[in-house]
Design a protein around this ligand. Structure first.
Ligand code: CDP
Ligand code: CDP
Length: 225
């Protein structure tokens, strides 16, 4: 049976990539992290010394680079033109600039085209901000994953600590996350919004396992129809 298209959207650090990866594993689906693609364009632009406000220059970068994924544990590995950038795309500098790059319409056009190609064959779990609304409007399963801003900041804080990534205070991290959510929600093109037919899942008080189980149950129900 041809696999389904599963879209998981939501604000920063709601747990999208963690659960998307586990759900993909459970069903033998491909996982695609659309955020990593916008992060890659941002990193490539910064490395070239481009001002991220220069939309034409940033667009050229998006059109020129080749972003690829390889399965890996604990996380999928990301490459720009064959060079590994898995860690580099999570830097504070990329965090601070990615929402500006992701708001450029021509950058989104390029990324969305690539994402649709990846999802074409079905059997895909794709996470991001606009997957259910724009990239895959016909996805059979759409989840909008949320959690309180405090809980999301707390999770990212713990994650950074564990991975040894330099971080600010919890309050500053929460402010940075909220700033990014605001930019993502208020931009003109494909803002972060819940698709009308998406199921909203609040993970504030749920474990990763519980979220994965809930989404898996939804997929099984759709598969059974
Ligand atoms: O993992 P985290 O929630 O911190 O962010 P991400 O999913 O890696 O996405 C990084 C940024 O890319 C977001 O803040 C958005 O600005 C942008 N993005 C987007 O605009 N559309 C998507 N489908 C995915 C990410
Ligand atoms: O992709 P997104 O930015 O939405 O979030 P993430 O990077 O997958 O998850 C942020 C952190 O929250 C990770 O360290 C997860 O282990 C943790 N977490 C979670 O994803 N879901 C829960 N229900 C509880 C914790």
């Amino acid at each position: 049976m041809k696999g389904l298209q599963v879209a998981i959207d939501g604000p920063a650090s709601a747990g999208k990539s963690t659960v998307a990866k586990l759900v993909a594993k459970r069903f033998g689906y491909v996982y695609c992290d659309t955020g990593a693609m916008y992060r890659s364009v941002t990193l490539a632009a910064l490395q070239k010394g481009i001002n991220v406000e220069d939309q034409a220059a940033v667009t050229k970068v998006a059109q020129a680079i080749q972003i690829t994924f390889k399965p890996g544990e604990p996380e999928q590995r990301v490459f720009i033109d064959g060079q590994e950038v898995t860690e580099a795309i999570r830097s504070n500098e990329v965090n601070a600039n990615v929402s500006v790059v992701a708001a450029v319409p021509a950058v989104r056009k390029e990324m969305v085209a690539q994402q649709r190609k990846i999802a074409e064959a079905g059997g895909i779990v794709m996470d991001g901000r606009d997957v259910g609304t724009t990239v895959l409007p016909d996805a059979e399963v759409k989840i909008f994953l949320v959690a309180s801003a405090y809980e999301r900041a707390r999770r990212r804080f713990e994650e950074n600590k564990q991975k040894g990534i330099a971080t600010t205070t919890l309050a500053e991290l929460q402010a940075a996350i909220e700033r990014r959510d605001k930019l993502d929600s208020e931009r003109e093109v494909s803002p972060l919004t819940q698709a009308e037919d998406a199921i909203r899942l609040d993970s504030t008080h749920l474990s990763i396992e519980e979220v994965v189980d809930e989404i898996s149950a939804i997929i099984k129900k759709v598969e059974g129809n």
